[in-house]
Ligand binder design. Sequence first.
Ligand SMILES: NC(=O)c1ccc[n+]([C@@H]2O[C@H](COP(=O)([O-])OP(=O)(O)OC[C@H]3O[C@@H](n4cnc5c(N)ncnc54)[C@H](OP(=O)(O)O)[C@@H]3O)[C@@H](O)[C@H]2O)c1
Length: 654
Amino acid sequence: MNCAFVGAGAVAAKYAAGLAESSLRLTAVCDRDADRARALAADHAAAVYTDLDALLADERAPLVVNLTSHAAHAPVTERCLAADRHVFSEKPLALDPDTAAGLVDLAADRDLALGCAPINHSCDAQLHARTLLADGRLGRVRLAYATAHVGRVTEWHDRPDSFLAVGPLYDGAVYPLSLLIAWFGPVERVRRADAIDVWPPDQRGPDRPAHVETTLAFAAGPTVSLRASFYVDHRSREFYGLELHGDDGTLYLADTGALAADRDAVTVRGGDRDPTVAPHPQPRRERPHLAGPERLARAVERGSRPRVDARRSAHVVAVCAAIETAATSGGPIAVDDHGVPTPRLDGPPVRPPVTRGPARSALRLPPVGFGCSRYRGGDYVDRIDSVATALDAGYRLFDSAELYGNESRIGDLLAAPGSPDRESLFIVGKPWNTNHGPGHLAAACEGSLDELGIDAFDCYALHWPDAWEHRGPLRDLASLPVAEQERLTFPTDDDGEPRRAGHALSDTWPRLERLHDRGLTRTLGICNVTLPRLVRLVDAADVPPAVVQVERHPYRPRADLVAWCHDRGIRVVAHSPLSAPGLLADDTVAAVADAAGVTPAQAVLAWNVQRGVVPIPSSTDPDHVVANLAAARVRLSDAQLRRLDALADPDFER
Ligand SMILES: NC(=O)c1ccc[n+]([C@@H]2O[C@H](COP(=O)([O-])OP(=O)(O)OC[C@H]3O[C@@H](n4cnc5c(N)ncnc54)[C@H](OP(=O)(O)O)[C@@H]3O)[C@@H](O)[C@H]2O)c1
């Protein structure tokens, strides 16, 4: 879509930086300063104007991007709407609530789209924080601290006058306010506000108070303490930080205005656990400034006329005005909601992109899950701290099993404050080989559910297709001496071979289906199965497996099985994705990882994710736990994926 920029200053250069990669084409630039307009237009062969009316009369571009100084936003937007142009405006939409609301009405009357910066609610760090909130990680959020320390604009901006005229509310506070309103809905009232005229003597200062502190009550959300300042240095301990405090935990977002999610962007603390840095997406994806106008243009091309962001911006302006009123005449001051809806944070969370590969009917699974096995090369290790870290880091799929013996401790963790709501988790359970028999299978399932403290599994999967002799119930296995654990779980004959039981898979599966019928699991699954056996099972089953879990990594890609499953909408989960001997030290893996700027473990996990398979790595190292989840966002090129495919070794054995 063709567009015109009105305003050719510093922010216009940031928007223009995205044009080369954009579907937007800059056809005209208008600025009262002809040199500035010419300089910007020259790179894009755009027409130059110093008069907006002339531009609107001569140019046909359907979209105007309003990048003028703060006070000019509203009059410029109004003239453009009156000339039947869709408008995307820099923030704030206006400097008083009536004007802002009038612009939204004007756009509606003329059937035009109107958008407004900031676009921070759609950037990676903020999306990630919102997902954690939607998972119920913090319980009910009742308090928040928000900061907008813009700093001395006279020191860091070459044209500070426009900032000094509007003060820190209409410039800096707009970032946390827009985000909080996008998350929690409208502000109901300003409880109190204090505006402080503080500035170094003998220096040109702001026309409005340089420092504002206020307390805001959201209609359906937290009470927010907000500080916005031109006086406090932007390099002070807090810049644009936001801390949310809930009944069950705390979330810290380092920069509400960030266009990308850098390391340490989001930290969560659940229950009485230590804070965990939520993994930052890789590769780093910075939203260009132009993303706002581009999104608006795409919507217009589809025939819609979005004004939701503008309505929220009008409400932000109303909040700023109410804060100013409360600071001069006292609070509380009620605020018009401008029709801003209250989103359901407890509704479906914003999910990471669905992995590619499986048929569309397939179960939606998180791209990376977490393995809870205690077994480590001949030893048993305690996994509870690492499961807690995984919960805090944002994993949602947990692979548990009767054999792992730690279900009751995982259950304690899930029940503790600060853990995600049950609905936001996908919990896999697995009966052990000694429990396939009549009665034993149901008892194993009920026992595991009881220990985990949940009503049903999301997937109950046979740990192995073959059955072994039953040696007794396996409740709280990890609490028993190791010799007893092994006696109960690994019945062997005199030659050390497993003692098989006579239950064929064709007998066991219908017993598993009864558990599904009883509502003890949403879906069924099977692990460690060959393709021919899986084909026979699926042919005969009334309730076919929705999930197949096999060892999978570049040495053992199970390509035929994965393709067969994906064709039928069966999800494949890759167990033991990292622990194949030599894999993480493999030269090819290292080279691919190096080229992609990630670790070998992340490259291997991303290879699974990009092939539509869900890896379930396990780790006891908190850094590894976080980095493994971040692999969900790594994007390897086709050539890099093929290099890892080429590592397939038909003779691979552990
Ligand atoms: N269905 C089945 O029959 C079956 C069989 C086996 C496994 N599984 C499931 O699959 C899960 C994972 O398999 P697994 O336990 O065999 O192990 P894995 O995930 O393949 O590998 C774990 C090993 O990799 C290391 N590691 C993890 N992340 C790393 C990283 N980012 N960089 C370097 N090293 C890293 C771990 O050490 P650190 O602790 O130091 O990070 C650990 O030594 C199990 O927990 C279980 O849930 C299922």
